[in-house]
Design a binder for this molecule. Structure first.
Ligand code: GTP
Ligand code: MG
Length: 216
């Protein structure tokens, strides 16, 4: 197992607070409590991100700097979970503003620093409307995106087969089963991340979304 160096960089509250270091970014998006922070900790192999059984823990875009031995460093970004925007309309509007500012930002080369976004979905609940909505939203953004199904350790063998099939049909493509608890799927996730980081950034015009809505 190659060594991983990981550190917390910063919490971003708005469009102005992005890190100065110009590194490519991989982003985790998903409903609150789906296991975004736990998966970051599993990749980092240390408890960097705060996790909680109570949903809505991550309220900002949290930046982590990760580097596997012999590979280039990158930022892994934990966005606030959707579906539990506490504080009513104002919190929802703040979330929308942050997510928009996040994905539409351009770096010095004029392209988005975001090389790939993973939609994390709970493997126990395939086909949720809010996940479809988020998926459509990512498709529209023009960033590379993939689905990871979290908490697969909680499924029976029969459920696992059925749910993964349903998820693949639902998202019309491959779904990576992962577990922060057992470490299942982490190697595959690292490989996917490495392949996204090797790609050239998409030109700015592909990162402009015409969509006027955002995830619920
Ligand atoms: N069994 C199991 N539990 C998990 C796994 N991943 C996360 N959990 C649990 O699920 C709960 C939520 O995990 P978090 O990582 O905090 O979820 P999150 O998506 O970051 O949540 P927000 O920050 O609220 O958006 C915690 O109680 C975790 O211990 C997993 O792979 N297996
Ligand atoms: Mg979290």
């Amino acid at each position: 197992m190659s060594r991983v160096t990981a550190s917390f960089v910063t919490s971003v509250a708005g469009p102005g607070g992005f890190p100065k270091e110009d590194l490519p970014e991989i982003t985790f998006v998903g409903r609150s409590n789906v296991g975004k922070s736990s998966l970051i900790n599993a990749l980092a192999r240390t408890a960097l991100a705060r996790t909680s059984a109570a949903p809505g823990k991550t309220r900002l875009a949290n930046y982590y700097r990760l580097q596997r031995e012999g590979e280039a460093p990158f930022f892994l970004v934990d966005l606030p979970g959707f579906g539990y925007a506490r504080g009513g309309q104002k919190a929802a509007a703040e979330f929308d503003a942050l997510v928009r500012a996040y994905f539409h930002r351009e770096n010095r080369e004029g392209a988005s620093p975001v090389r790939g976004a993973f939609l994390l979905v709970d493997s126990r609940h395939p086909g949720l409307e809010s996940d479809s909505y988020a998926w459509a939203w990512l498709e529209d953004l023009g960033v590379e995106h993939a689905v990871a199904a979290t908490k697969v350790d909680k499924l029976t063998r029969a459920e696992r087969q059925r749910h993964l099939r349903e998820l693949e049909a639902h998202h019309q493509g491959p779904v990576l089963p992962v577990s922060a608890a057992t470490g299942e799927g982490l190697d595959e996730l690292w490989k996917l991340i490495a392949s996204l980081l090797r790609r050239q950034p998409l030109p700015p015009n592909r990162n402009k979304s015409s969509r006027s809505t955002s995830p619920p």
